[in-house]
Design a binder for this molecule. Structure first.
Ligand SMILES: NC(=O)c1ccc[n+]([C@@H]2O[C@H](COP(=O)([O-])OP(=O)(O)OC[C@H]3O[C@@H](n4cnc5c(N)ncnc54)[C@H](O)[C@@H]3O)[C@@H](O)[C@H]2O)c1
Length: 242
């Protein structure tokens, strides 16, 4: 497979693994991240197929400019993976800081919307596109004390369903992935107690590896995924019950 993919949040964790997976297939990858130094490091790991871009997905103008720059430099992308995201603070609902609530929603949900909005017109014009939104099992099940995160991920699943139906006959397929916990930078330094809590509901009793999520993201981004859209794909070691 050739072509061009945009991967947001590609400087770290799941986005980094997805970018590596795409490059293994010969796909050119635009590594979009607010952490330019991190994106540059991943570009060095990957080599000639990767190009880093400094993009803050909370900034509509920056997202539009990055889409244009990616098109000009790498060709029009046919794949968009929205992986950039933050967890936000851990706090009960009564004390959850409102400005952090807005920040989590602005990155995880509105950022995904902005990137989709930049990508969809070109994908529709060419009659082909694959969009993969990294949501979370938390958006289906709920997790305590991270209400903004959970709400943002549930909304990303809903956005995916809406876009999937809207674009279903236009060649642009939109799906979400709902992973359980993966030991990436999103958690900061994990204590044994926190790790145990994260694994308590996972029948396979381990974290999902970023490479496992990347495999699913790759399939959803490929022409082999041809009759699935608006769906949330589980990768939770047996945790999901629906
Ligand atoms: N790690 C997990 O357990 C897990 C589980 C389910 C879902 N997810 C989701 O997967 C996605 C990736 O998470 P991860 O574990 O790789 O985390 P991570 O912290 O390793 O990577 C997230 C990346 O997003 C970037 N980012 C943050 N804010 C940004 C912004 N405003 N603009 C552009 N880039 C920005 C960060 O710089 C970072 O490189 C997130 O959406 C997360 O919610 C993660």
């Amino acid at each position: 497979m050739s072509g061009t993919a945009v991967v947001t949040g590609a400087a770290s964790g799941l986005g980094r693994a997805i970018a590596h997976r795409f490059a293994r297939e010969g796909i050119r990858v635009a590594l979009w991240d607010v952490d330019l130094a991190g994106a540059q490091r991943v570009a060095t790991e990957i080599g000639a197929l990767a190009t880093p871009f400094a993009v803050d997905i909370t900034d509509t103008g920056a997202v539009k400019a990055a889409w244009s720059a990616t098109k000009a430099g790498l060709g029009t992308p046919s794949i968009l993976v929205n992986s950039a995201g933050i967890l936000g603070p851990s706090a009960g609902i009564a004390s959850y800081p409102e400005e952090q609530w807005h920040r989590v929603l602005d990155i995880n949900l509105n950022g995904t919307f902005r990137c989709c909005q930049a990508a969809v017109p070109d994908m529709v014009a060419s009659g082909y596109g694959r969009i993969v939104n990294i949501a979370s099992i938390a958006g289906k099940d709920g997790n305590p004390n991270v209400s903004a995160y959970v709400a943002s991920k549930a909304a990303v699943i809903a956005l995916t369903k809406s876009m999937g139906k809207e674009l279903a006959t236009l060649g642009v397929l939109v799906n979400a992935i709902t992973p359980s916990a993966s030991e990436t930078a999103i958690f900061g330094d994990l204590t044994d107690e926190r790790r145990a809590k994260l694994l308590a509901n996972v029948p396979m009793a381990r974290m999902v590896r970023p490479e496992e999520v990347a495999e699913l993201a790759y399939w959803l981004s490929s022409p082999a995924c041809s009759f699935s859209t608006g769906a949330a794909f589980d990768i939770s070691g047996g945790r999901a019950t629906y």
